[in-house]
Structures are given as C-alpha cells and as structure tokens.
Design a protein around this ligand. Structure first.
Ligand code: C2E
Ligand code: MG
Ligand code: MG
Length: 261
C-alpha cells in the first residue's frame, strides 16, 4: 500500500472513531525484577494500514495541534487502565505517559492532569510524565515553571531520551526532575563500545549523586542487563524485560511469581 501523508482530518476522525489504543511496556527493577512502572505507548489501529506506530503519525498530530486532544485521551486512558489493574488487586506500578511539546506548553496541562487523576481515583505519585530535553530548551523559564508545578502537585517528571537533546547537564540543574531515561543510543552497543560504556557509567554516577532515578532504555541483551545492573542503574526497559504489549498481557508481569506451598 502507498504511504500517503497522514492528514489532520484523518487524525481527528481516528480520535472520534476510537481507533487509538495503548500498549504498555514494563520498567523493571534491575535488582529485584519487579515491575516498578509501565510506559503507555500510543498506537493507531488504522482501518487499512493496520497498527500504525507513533513515529508515523505523532509529527502530523503535533503539527496540526491535534496532539493536545489525542494526548489528553492518552492520559485519561492510561489512568483508567491503571485503575482497572488496581481494582483487580494487582501490585501497584506507576504509569508513565509521554508528553508532546504542545501538551507541555498547554496552559491547561496541570488541570488536564489533575482531571485525569481525579477521574480514575489515582494519586499523583502514581503518574509519571516523560518530557524531552528539546521541550525544555525552547523556553527554559516557562518550562521550569511547568516542571515545578507538576512536581508540586506530586506528579513525577522524567527526562526521556536523555543525552540526545541539547543542554542535558544544564537542564538537570535548572529542572528539578525525578529522573532520567538514558537513551537507547547509548545502550545499544553496550558493553562492548568503550564510549557508550563510559557515558553510561558517568550517567549512573550523576544520577546517584543527584539522587535521580535512572531508567536504561532499549535493553535487549543479557550482556546489557548485566553491565547496567553492575553499574547500579536502577531500572531497565527494553525488549529483554518486556516489549510493549496490549493491556491484557500486563497482569502476568505485575503479579509476583507464586511460590509453591
Ligand atoms: P519513547 O518514549 O522513547 O519510547 C520508547 C520507544 O522504544 C518505543 O517505541 C518502544 O517500543 C521502543 N523500544 C522499547 N524497548 C526497545 C528495545 O529494546 N529496542 C528497541 N529497538 N526499541 C525499543 P514506540 O512505541 O514506537 O514509540 C516511539 C516514540 O513515540 C516514543 O519514544 C515517544 O517519543 C513517542 N510516543 C509514544 N507514545 C506517545 C504518546 O502517547 N504521546 C506522545 N507525545 N508521544 C508518544
Ligand atoms: Mg517515553
Ligand atoms: Mg525514550
């Protein structure tokens, strides 16, 4: 099939028809193997194209501004799903939601977040918002205010894809976030690439000193897991510990292994 450009009207129709859905990827405690959080990852079940990945439509959604209502749907749907897992008696795991630049600069963000939490009866600490360095670079003062207000409300804020944007270190000083997600680019060639090994070692040390949580993204191999765990990286996310998957497969990951009596 031809890959025609995705239009604004297609995206708004998709939202109206309920064609968006979320997959969830576990973030696993490197030491205990427990699922500490799951990240909500947006998918579009397109009537002709099949399951479309976010890279294919988020830029168009961002450009048209439709990412704001779509992102709001994501936030609410992720919170509702968290509530369902809680109600089913599953061990709690935080819900991580990606924010786009437009959402991050939306004056109604704090209100939307509060509404999504209230609607599903979650506490702010159950929710983690992922932002990127580039969102903070645009208007650092305004961005710092947004991060502070979210955290004052008790919501966690993480810097996604850390190390790939601008002003990584300055941003840490300016934005009191809860933690970083080390971009997959630095994980991919571990433990063999000397530069990536040294970068990840430095980021682990930085997070330890600044008391920030650290999630390594894109962990695919046992060697990567062993290396990052030995360094002291707290959380691992990647195909090795669980690919993004539909919500019905998550309960098995949240439930700790049963010990035979
Ligand atoms: P991200 O937030 O950095 O999410 C991680 C991406 O890495 C996901 O791609 C995930 O499927 C992929 N991934 C996870 N583990 C591995 C691994 O071991 N190896 C490899 N090669 N890849 C892995 P996905 O789901 O295609 O999402 C891509 C990006 O789209 C996300 O990157 C995020 O920036 C954006 N995105 C996803 N959902 C949303 C959303 O609801 N709102 C917004 N604004 N952006 C979203
Ligand atoms: Mg993310
Ligand atoms: Mg990332």
């Amino acid at each position: 099939m031809r890959h025609e450009a995705i239009t604004e009207s297609e995206l708004s129709a998709a939202l109206e028809r309920g064609e968006f859905l979320l997959h969830y990827q576990p973030q696993v405690d490197a030491r205990t193997g427990r699922v500490a959080a799951v990240e909500a990852l947006l998918r579009w079940r397109h009537p002709r194209r099949g399951l479309v990945s976010p890279a294919a439509f988020i830029p168009a959604a961002e450009e048209s501004g439709l990412i704001v209502p779509i992102g709001d749907w994501v936030l609410r749907a992720a919170c509702r799903q968290t509530r369902r897992w809680r109600d089913a008696g599953l061990p709690p795991a935080r819900m991580a939601v990606n924010l786009s630049a437009r959402q991050f600069s939306d004056v109604l963000l704090a209100r939307r977040v509060a509404d999504a939490l209230a609607e599903s009866g979650l506490s702010p600490a159950d929710l983690e918002l992922e932002i990127t360095e580039s969102m903070m670079a645009r208007d650092p003062d305004a961005a710092a205010r947004v991060v502070r207000s979210l955290r004052a409300a008790g919501v966690r804020v993480m810097i996604d894809d850390f190390g790939t944007g601008y002003s990584s270190l300055a941003s840490l000083k300016r934005f009191p976030v809860d933690g970083l997600k080390l971009d997959r680019a630095f994980v991919r060639h571990l433990p063999f690439d000397r530069h990536d090994a040294s970068i990840s070692r430095a980021v682990v040390a930085l997070c330890r000193d600044l008391e920030l949580d650290l999630v390594a993204e894109g962990v695919e191999t046992e060697d990567q897991r062993a290396f990052l765990t030995a360094l002291g990286c707290g959380l691992l996310q990647g195909y090795l510990t669980g690919a993004p998957q539909p919500p019905e497969l998550i309960p098995d990951l949240l439930e700790p292994p049963r010990v035979a009596a």
